[in-house]
Design a protein around this ligand. Structure first.
Ligand SMILES: [Zn+2]
Length: 85
């Protein structure tokens, strides 16, 4: 019996996040390295940012609890804005 490789090898474990640019309205996928997450003292100051690969705009979007969980779980760089707890 011969076993054939299916070709479904795990080449990379990189996580891709779907994002859209509010400026040029293009949609794309971003690797975790392309995103920065900033966690502030409240929901209002918690956001993630990235640079649009199409138009180069700096995009900043509010990050809810779920998004924070998703991003940190994927290895996105996290910056904590409030140093005093
Ligand atoms: Zn854009």
């Amino acid at each position: 019996m011969t076993r054939r490789r299916t070709g479904m090898e795990t080449v990379t474990t990189a996580v891709l996040y779907k994002a859209a640019c509010p400026d040029c309205r293009s949609r794309f996928e971003l690797a975790s390295e392309a995103i920065r997450l900033a966690i502030g003292a409240s929901d209002r100051t918690t956001f993630y940012s990235f640079t649009c690969p199409d138009c180069g705009a700096a995009v900043r979007k509010p990050a809810g609890e779920r998004i924070v969980e998703l991003l940190t779980g994927g290895g996105v760089r996290t910056l904590r804005l409030h140093s005093t707890v």
